[in-house]
Design a protein around this ligand. Structure first.
Ligand SMILES: NC(=O)c1ccc[n+]([C@@H]2O[C@H](COP(=O)([O-])OP(=O)(O)OC[C@H]3O[C@@H](n4cnc5c(N)ncnc54)[C@H](O)[C@@H]3O)[C@@H](O)[C@H]2O)c1
Length: 271
């Protein structure tokens, strides 16, 4: 693998909760590739403490911020720029949570207060994260924002519930801000549509193990791991991807272009 792809770049990485988190792997790979960055998570997640271990390993600091609160995000940018010694080059949005999914409310019986929370935490926060940077002008020209999404935004996966609506919104925000920030500062905004991955957020979805195995068998390359996703994020933060913006990029071992896989059909023939 190429080395030091992110030398001299400064970033902010959200969403590392424990060592299964996709953001955790992204932080480790960014460090390996020569970037400096700060870490952030919701104050409530900080209490779990695991993120301190990551900060130590990466030789950096954590600035808590609730991603739904603009004042928190503005402070996060200012503190990160002060701590890192210059404007930011890349930002990872790795945030998702649905109270409806968590509490077993199906798409046909949503609690609308929780629905608003799902949309705000999982998608609105991406808009807020980008708008705060734009207003403060704290991201360098050529900078790169990446949000993590899932194919349920575009195809129906019934158990994914209202998170599907949030992911559609997230992908739309990448196009909206990709246009505006691209025109004003040549900053790029993309989403990466990742395979099912065994993390706290992932495993919260009903029937996760079954659809993890199903996706694995449907994909010619198998499911993409969190580690491979982190490599893709590094590429998206690097100058190698400098002309890629406003895209939803599938990182799924080929799943999104499959119709049916013989391996799965054979199971029905056997029955
Ligand atoms: N795991 C999967 O199968 C999978 C597949 C595709 C996309 N994704 C997406 O990847 C991203 C990261 O999820 P993960 O799977 O690593 O799980 P995770 O549970 O490790 O990460 C989710 C993070 O969101 C943070 N968060 C929740 N509310 C917040 C708030 N108000 N402010 C700031 N942070 C908040 C949590 O503390 C946690 O760190 C999510 O957007 C998720 O939807 C996951």
């Amino acid at each position: 693998m190429a080395n030091q792809l992110l030398a001299g770049k400064r970033g902010i990485i959200t969403g590392a909760l424990d060592e299964n988190s996709i953001a955790w792997k992204v932080a480790q790979k960014c460090k390996e590739q020569g970037a400096t960055f700060t870490l952030t998570n919701a104050p409530v997640a900080m209490r779990m403490g695991a993120i301190n271990k990551l900060a130590e390993e990466c030789g950096t600091k954590i600035f808590p911020a609730d991603a739904t609160v603009v004042e928190d995000l503005e402070k996060l940018y200012k503190d990160s720029v002060d701590y890192l010694g210059g404007k930011i080059d890349f930002v990872l949005h790795s945030i998702g949570m649905s109270p409806n999914v968590r509490k077993g409310k199906p798409y046909t019986d949503l609690n609308y207060d929780w629905y608003n929370k799902t949309l705000d935490i999982s998608a609105g926060s991406f808009h807020k994260l980008i708008q705060s940077a734009h207003k403060l002008d704290l991201v360098n020209e050529g900078g790169s924002f990446v949000g993590l999404t899932y194919i349920a935004s575009q195809r129906i996966f019934p158990d994914y519930g209202d998170m599907a609506d949030a992911k559609s919104m997230l992908e739309s925000i990448a196009r909206g801000w990709g246009y505006h920030y691209g025109k004003s500062h040549k900053v790029r905004v993309n989403t990466i549509s990742q395979s099912p991955t065994k993390t706290t957020a992932g495993s919260g979805v009903g029937g996760f193990d079954a659809f993890y195995t199903y996706a694995d068998q449907m994909s010619p390359l198998g499911n993409a791991s969190a580690d491979a996703c982190a490599d893709y994020c590094v590429f998206m933060f690097s100058d190698l991807s400098r002309m890629i913006t406003m895209q939803n990029l599938y990182h799924d071992g080929g799943f999104s272009n499959m119709g049916i896989a013989p391996q799965i059909v054979e199971k029905f023939i056997a029955e």
